[in-house]
Ligand binder design. Structure first.
Ligand code: NAP
Length: 497
């Protein structure tokens, strides 16, 4: 990968070849320092066409399509090995591009490698099924790749989110064209290199960076693309879903969130306050599952808010590679400006900014896209700041009186990605967990993730699931087979079954 001192733009990958000579480039700026990191070659619509054709050809070849599951598993495990060997390079590319702190970037590589290992184990053991017959035949269900999958990823956690898609799509035997976010193009490119080095046939996995507004439509609408896997904002997801609908192809959509994090008075308040702090501020709030709407039972509201304020004040906002840094900058200056605009708007509407609501005063951070951990109170769930996804270190704190009041507020939002409940009463936890409109519920914990558990949202937070065995089936289509066991023909509607 090029570095700041290397003037050659980073090439991208089509058909196993590195594409270097492009007419346009993405100039990549480090959000922690404002300095240019490097330039990355940007693809055009004709590059997308070439990448899709290459994925189509490679995915049709028996060498990939009919590869035995245990051999495919060996390749996926090799990808995991190489990711760990090159973990510093991968983590550094993400840290330079989106400003996440070093430890989180390294952990994303480790978890991404684990995702490849999980998919390897799963594909080696997932079988076809024999289903109950209603006649003299054997009925089977088999699973086949879709063909070419368009994978489109956002900038907040490119390593994790790319691995979720690529590991499962490769395990299922597809060809892939990855379009990474323009703010974070190079970790996807490096994963392309690793896949090639691990033995994925050239052309199976292609990576084409470029502005989504310029090349996104060409990718999604390409006739040879048979499935779209998108992680990003709800509005782009809606557009992609409409295009996929017209083509009658599946679109897996992992979209935005504004997740309720609920603390009842009977909870372990220390643990709940620890979790509430991590749930919103980790990753500088740039997490789709961030616990950004905090609901605290009124009788302990003041106490819990002071506990979270104390914890938030102790967080270390620093350059992402500074030892002990807990919050880096926002991934871009425009994202920081948006956060600032949202908080200023709430302030004008009468919200109380309990802490934060400003940029850091430390001169070492002055050139970066930093914003301090912020807690906003004195608002209702209907206010703009409580309803819109901010994707920054901004916690909206609101009290509730009882379970009915809580449920009214918690579900009164277009999103439905994640949620958290803190209570000592397991019956109440069950009731509330079942009633929440959310694809994920954490009970007396928050932000536990497993590559073995399905991940996805309700309502405007998305459609379909990634991760877990369901996440591999997502990248396969179903074929039913009937094998006659009769010597004469005994099918058709004239025979009652
Ligand atoms: P975004 O603006 O929707 O962009 C996501 C990706 O879509 C980028 O690669 C972008 O390319 C591309 N894109 C933009 N316009 C497109 C078009 N017309 N056709 C095809 N692709 C297009 O989202 P973001 O700002 O990068 O990411 C933040 C959002 O992602 C938040 O809403 C967050 O909640 C969501 N997210 C969801 C999950 C989840 O699993 N549910 C996980 C992480 C993030 P460019 O970068 O070139 O614009």
């Amino acid at each position: 990968m090029s570095t700041a001192t290397d003037v050659r733009p980073v090439p991208f990958l089509i058909g196993g070849e590195w594409i270097k000579d492009t007419s346009s480039h993405i100039t990549h700026v480090n959000p922690a320092t404002g300095e240019v990191n490097y330039q990355v070659c940007a693809g055009t619509e004709s590059d997308i066409d070439a990448a899709v054709k290459s994925a189509h050809e490679a995915a049709r070849k028996p060498a990939w399509r009919n590869m035995l599951p245990h051999v495919r598993a060996q390749i996926l495990n090799k990808i995991a090995d190489l990711m760990l060997e090159r973990s510093d390079l991968l983590a550094r590319s993400q840290m330079l591009e989106n400003g996440k702190v070093w430890k989180e970037c390294k952990n994303q590589v480790i978890n991404g490698a684990a995702t490849f290992r999980y998919c390897a184990a799963a594909i080696e053991t997932l079988g076809s099924e024999i289903t109950p017959p209603r006649g003299n035949y054997l009925a089977m269900t088999v699973y086949e790749p879709w063909g070419v999958v368009a994978a489109i990823t956002p900038w907040n956690s490119p390593i994790t989110l790319t691995c979720n898609k690529i590991a499962a799509a490769l395990a299922a035997g597809n060809g892939i064209v990855l379009k990474p976010a323009s703010y974070t193009p190079t970790s996807g490119i490096e994963l392309g290199r690793i896949a090639l080095d691990a033995g994925v046939p050239p052309g199976v996995f292609n990576v084409v960076p470029g502005a989504g507004s310029k090349i996104g439509d060409a990718l999604v609408s390409h006739p040879l693309v048979r499935m779209v896997s998108f992680t990003g904002g709800t509005e782009v997801g809606r557009r992609i879903s409409e295009m996929a609908g017209r083509k009658i192809i599946p679109a897996v959509l992992e979209l935005g969130g504004k997740s309720p994090h609920i603390i009842f008075a009977d909870a372990d308040l220390n643990a709940a306050a620890d979790a509430a702090t991590v749930a919103i501020f980790e990753g500088t709030g740039q997490s789709c599952t961030a616990g950004s709407r905090l609901f605290v039972e009124r009788k302990v509201y003041d106490q819990v808010i002071s506990m979270i304020m104390e914890r938030a004040r102790a967080l270390r906002v620093d350059l992402p590679d500074a030892p002990g840094a807990q919050l880096g900058p926002s991934a871009s200056f425009s994202q920081r400006d948006f956060i600032e605009k949202m908080v200023d708007g709430a302030r004008k509407e009468g919200a109380e900014i309990l802490i934060g609501g400003l940029r850091p005063t430390d001169p070492r951070l002055a050139k970066g896209a930093f914003y301090m951990p912020t807690i906003v109170a004195g608002i209702t769930n209907k206010s703009n700041i409580a309803q819109q996804e901010i994707f920054g270190p901004v916690l909206c704190a609101m009290p509730f009186d009882n379970e009915d009041d809580l449920m009214q507020q918690a579900n009164d939002i277009s999103y439905g990605l994640a949620s958290g409940i803190w209570t000592a009463d397991y019956k109440r936890a069950w009731r509330v967990a079942r009633a929440l409109d959310a694809g994920m519920v954490w009970i007396n914990t928050y932000k536990q993730f497993s590559t073995a558990s399905p991940f996805g949202g309700f309502k405007d937070s998305g459609l379909g699931r990634e991760k877990g065995l369901q996440g591999i089936r997502t990248y396969q289509q179903v074929k039913t087979m009937f094998w006659s066991m009769s010597d004469t023909f005994d099918g058709g509607f004239s025979i009652a079954k």
